[in-house]
Structures are given as C-alpha cells and as structure tokens.
Design a protein around this ligand. Structure first.
Ligand SMILES: [Zn+2]
Ligand SMILES: [Zn+2]
Length: 645
C-alpha cells in the first residue's frame, strides 16, 4: 500500500523535461548574463566553400573568433541547427544523430574561465537540475611546450567542493591509459592530452601552421550509471564509449597562438567558445541515456508504433527518425534532393530512411505523420519549417516514391551480385547508377549480409569520381577542417559577387533577388529569382557594369547598424535568411558613403554581409561571366570568375 502510494507520487513529481524548455532556459540564462541571443544561422554556410553544411554553433562565428568585431557585441549565445553528414554511419545507437541543435555561448575577448565554468556548472545543476554527483569533467593535461590547464582544474575543484563532492584530479593523458587505470572513488577531474582536450582548426598542436590560434578545452560528461561494457576497453572512464558517460558540453578556451619557431605565445584576444548538444542535455535532465526518448523523437515514434523490445527494429527506426528530421530541416533551408553536393546528401539520407522503412511499412500514411511530428515539434522556434511544410511533405514523399520504384529491382540485383560472397567497388557503383542505391545503402546491405567491406569507401569514391562531379567535401571529415576560406582570391570574388547582384538588378529589374551563393577561390556562383533566360546582350551588359565599377576603384565600407536601419536602406539580404538585431552591412559606393551620411543611399550596392571584402573595388581585377543557366523553375544561376591572378 505504502509502496503504491509512493510510486504514484513519484510519477506525479517526475516529468520529462522537453528540449524546448532546455533551449529556453539556456538562452535566458545567458541573456541575463549580458549575452546577445543570435538566431540560428542556416544549415547552408554563407560564403564558405570548404564545407557543405553548418556543423556547429562556432562555425558561422569563425571570423569573429579570429578578431573581427561582431556587431552584436562581445557576449553571444544561441541554439544553432547543425548537421554532420560524416556521422551518418553512427546513427542507430541511443546517442548519435546527424542533425542536432547545439547550444552555444561565446566571449570574444571578454569573460574567461572563472566565469565560464561556474556559469556552466550553475546552469546544469540549478536550471537543468542535474545532480552534481553525476557530472564528470575532463581538462587538458598538457603537451609538448604546452602547460596543463591548471586554472580550469582549480575552478572545477572549488565548484564540486561547494556540493561536498570529492574532487580528486587524475592525469590519464590518453584513452588507452585511462582504460588501463580505470576510475577510483573520488576521482572527478580527468586530465587528457592533446588528442582529447586541445582545440584548433588544424587539430593537434603539431599540425597548426604559424599564426594559428588554439587552446585547451574542458568537457562535461553525464554519468548514467549503466554498467561498463568491456567491448569498449578494459575499464570505464569519462571518454569511454560504452554508454555510461555522455558528453554534454565542451568549453574551448582559445588562448594561444603558434609562433614561427613552433612554440606558443598567449593571444591578445582570448575567446571562450562553448558548445553543448541540446538533445543530450535534455536526455541527461531526464536521466535517460536514450536521446531518442526526447520529445521530438517520442512524437515521431508515436506515428510509427515502435516496439522497444525488438533491438534490430529499434535501430532501424532510429535511423528513419534521424534521417527524416534532418531532411525536414535541410529542405526548409532550401536544400532539395539532387545528384550533386548538398542535394545528394539529402537524397542519401532519404533513401536510407526509405530502405529501412521498407519491410514493415508499405503503407505510406506513417510517413506523413512522422514528418508532421517534426514540423509541430519546432513550431514557434523555427518558423521557416512551418512555412515550408507543404513543400517538405511533397519533396520527401516524392523521393520515397521515386526510390521505391527501383528499390526491389535493385535488391534483386544486389543479392545476385553477392552470391559470390563479395561485392566490388564496381558493383556498388552499378547499383548506384542503375537503381539509385547510395553507397551507404549498399554498405548497409552488405554488412547485414555478413560481408566485410574493408577500404571500400575509397574504391567506391574512385568509381564515383570517374563519373560524377561531386564535391570533395561531401565525403567524411569535412567538419574538422570545415572553416571559411578567406583567401585573397575568394575575398576578391566576394566583392565581385556584390557588384554582380546590383548589376543584375540594373539590367533585369529591381525584382531580382539573391536565392543562394557559393564562393570558392576559383569562381563565384550566384542563384537569383528571375523568370526567363538571360540574353547574350544582357549578360554582356551585366559584365560591363561590374567591370566599370571595378575600374572606378570604389571604396568598400563596413558599417554596423540595427536591422531596421539596414532594412530602411534597402540593404540586400538573401531570401529566407534570419538576421540578428544588430547587423553588419557592406556598402560599395562613393567615398563619402558612411552610415552617418545621407549619401549612403547613393552607394552602388548595400548588403547585409559579414565580409570579408577588399578595401577598394580596383583590387578585384577583370571579371567575367562563365555561364548562366536554370537551377529550378524561376531560379537562375550565374557563374563568374576573375580573368587573372
Ligand atoms: Zn565504459
Ligand atoms: Zn557578402
């Protein structure tokens, strides 16, 4: 009787925290501490040719971490939509997803470790109510010419002491060492070396070029208390992958710069960059290691009637949920399924989802319900998703239809080819070309059939490259080096891009609006809304205007202002992009053109833009249009390049 009474009370008191609540608490917490809240940037990076997708909150902020002043100030926070295509093979367990939201806060030369770590600890233990005894932290234990992060160690010791938790620091340096030593009672702060707790764009300190910034980081892990699995190493430790510990956040302290002689000096502007997985923090708040139990996935699983006891079915359903949610967000950001670049990644995720849903779900009513569960979960947070709901439904259903038509035939062909007990790169490519099987689908099928594919990724990639112009960045690992290319040539093309948009409006009419852009050091690409094909004469005119403006050697001026002010000036912005309250604007125009001056309106071009740009248009050099073509109904694409250098 007493037991029943207690358990009923427990159910009443314990309620699952929803991710929307965690997101809101995080943003409010940092707003109260002087941070400006930025809207999430698009999943399609702007002016960044080195990576296909936005994979972290820090990625769009790199120019500011490198020293450029941010118009919204020195303290920022947001929840950033992130997509990591390279994690696609990991999806299926209880913690990996390709799409996720990353909670982030930043200090650009403002506060430092003694604020960041206590704030984070307060947020996790007070706002999210994680039990401090379930939190474990890692810090940098030092490396060649680099000291251990003793500052962070001391701060963590004090923080845990306030909760009367023993705080022994143990140096383990490598995962191997950690797994050999295991954990003793009282050990709370773990020192790992350069492989685990060092951050730079180039990776390890030894790989950093001279002038490159980097620094130690400190990760927070949540302990679910599940038993260790020796498949993952001798003994458990915070970085063990067995499932007991989940990394929920990482504070990067950018404080060093590499010198030409290979040693390090302190940076003038020290930055803090924190990133934490929204879904992971939500899972920790519910003390449930399965992130597929957080609200959005729970809603999706209601539409599918998942059997929690059938492990293989559960794995497939997690893949379906993750991939469909990712596709919803990508399509909302304008990425449509195709055979190239980003579009191919969306196609791949949807085809994998179709493959895994094939057996039991011949009736498609579930698909609509699953998509609608995603859309309704983000209502009010990401308005663009709701606005694009019809298009999303149509696009995903269409992809499923198309793939289903060839799926069964393809499966027959697959089984015929593996009858010999192996499958070659050529087989995989044939399946791709004739039946639309992405490489990942073939790999999945081969593994399910017990066939090991060692080194096949490269083989397939080679076959693929022979036939297709797929961006190199579509393959694994783009995130790690995935940062803006700010080379001199890319910068010149970026300024030319602004001139080109304005020239198109002059020649084709003011209704011409930018719909997408991509700039590499080789060429620029500008997508714009316009009905009809450009004539040769129009192209010549546009090219001439751009080159005239280059010859005029006009100044390129950066200003900061409120979004309203920029909108009043009719500054160009890309369709569907969201901007913060304070924005950076680039104008190309007469010398006197500054925001304080009414002549600003006479500038040749004004755009919402983070830069970077050349100082004067003369630096661009001769520009030419290479190609003009249709991308989709009502959207044209122009490619242009520089004549020399
Ligand atoms: Zn373990
Ligand atoms: Zn720009």
């Amino acid at each position: 009787m007493v037991t029943r009474c207690n358990s009923a009370r427990f159910i009443l008191l314990f309620r699952y925290m929803e991710s929307a609540e965690v997101r809101k608490k995080f943003l409010e917490f940092f707003k109260e501490r002087g941070h400006t809240i930025l809207p999430s940037a698009s999943l399609v990076p702007e002016n960044d040719s080195t990576t296909l997708f936005t994979g972290s909150g820090m990625q769009p902020l790199v120019p500011y971490l490198l020293g450029q002043p941010h118009p919204a100030g020195k303290r920022l926070a947001n929840s950033q939509k992130s997509f990591r295509a390279e994690d696609i093979d990991e999806v299926g367990d209880n913690r990996h997803t390709t799409f996720f939201e990353m909670l982030g806060n930043w200090s650009f030369g403002d506060y430092w470790k003694q604020e960041q770590l206590p704030w984070l600890f307060e947020f996790l233990t007070k706002e999210i109510k994680l039990k401090p005894e379930n939190l474990y932290v890692t810090v940098f234990s030092g490396g060649k010419d680099l000291a251990a992060d003793n500052e962070s160690i001391e701060i963590w010791k004090k923080l845990f002491a306030t909760k009367k938790i023993p705080t022994e620091y143990i140096e383990v340096n490598t995962e191997h060492e950690a797994s050999e030593k295991g954990m003793q009672p009282g050990q709370r702060i773990f020192g790992y070396g350069v492989e685990k707790n060092w951050w730079s764009r180039a990776g390890l300190p030894s790989k950093m070029p001279a002038g490159e910034p980097g620094g130690p980081d400190s990760e927070v892990f949540y302990d679910f208390g599940t038993p260790h699995d020796t498949k993952f190493g001798k003994k458990c430790h915070p970085n063990c992958d067995c499932g007991r510990f989940l990394e929920i956040g990482n504070s990067v302290f950018m404080e060093y710069k590499k010198k030409a002689d290979g040693t390090f000096e302190k940076l003038k502007q020290r930055n803090v960059d924190f990133g934490g997985g929204l879904e992971r923090i939500t899972a920790a708040s519910n003390n449930d290691p399965d992130i597929f139990h957080v609200d959005v996935f729970k809603k999706m699983s209601e539409a599918l009637a998942v059997d929690p006891n059938d492990e293989e079915a559960l794995r497939k359903d997690r893949i379906i949920f993750d991939h469909i949610r990712a596709a919803v967000f990508l399509i909302a950001d304008g990425v449509l399924p195709s055979n190239k670049g980003r579009g191919y990644v969306v196609r791949k995720t949807l085809r994998r989802a179709a493959l895994f849903s094939r057996a039991a779900k011949t009736d498609r009513a579930w698909l609509k319900k699953v998509i609608q569960a995603v859309i309704s979960s983000y209502r009010g947070v990401y308005g663009d998703i709701e606005a694009a709901a019809d298009n999303i439904l149509k696009t995903i259903s269409g992809e499923f239809e198309k793939f289903s038509a060839t799926l069964d035939e393809g499966l027959k062909e697959f089984h015929k080819r593996i009858a010999s007990g192996k499958i070659t790169s050529k087989d995989a490519f044939d399946l791709y070309q004739s039946y639309g099987f992405p490489w990942e689908v073939t790999k999945e099928l081969a593994q399910a059939a017990g066939i090991l594919l060692i080194g096949m990724d490269a083989g397939f990639e080679t076959e693929f490259q022979k036939h297709q112009d797929i961006s190199r960045t579509a393959s694994a690992g783009t995130f790690k080096g995935g940062l803006a290319d700010h080379s001199e040539r890319t910068t010149r093309l970026h300024t030319a891009h602004h001139l080109l948009l304005r020239a198109l409006q002059i020649v084709l009419g003011p209704e011409v609006k930018q719909r997408g852009s991509n700039i590499t050091s080789e060429r620029l690409r500008l997508d714009f809304a316009y009905d009809g094909k450009m004539t040769d004469e129009q192209k010549k005119k546009v090219e001439k205007i751009v080159n005239d403006k280059i010859k005029e050697n006009m100044p390129v001026i950066r200003s900061e202002m409120s979004r309203e002010e920029a909108e009043k000036l009719n500054a160009e912005h890309e369709f569907g992009q969201k901007y913060p309250d304070r924005v950076s604007v680039y104008s190309i125009g007469p010398m006197s053109a500054t925001v304080q001056n009414p002549e600003f309106a006479e500038a040749f071009s004004i755009e919402f833009c983070g830069g970077p740009h050349v100082a004067r248009t003369g630096e661009i050099g001769p520009f030419k249009i290479v190609k003009e073509e249709a991308v989709s109904a009502g959207v044209r694409r122009i490619r242009g390049t520089l004549d020399q250098g």
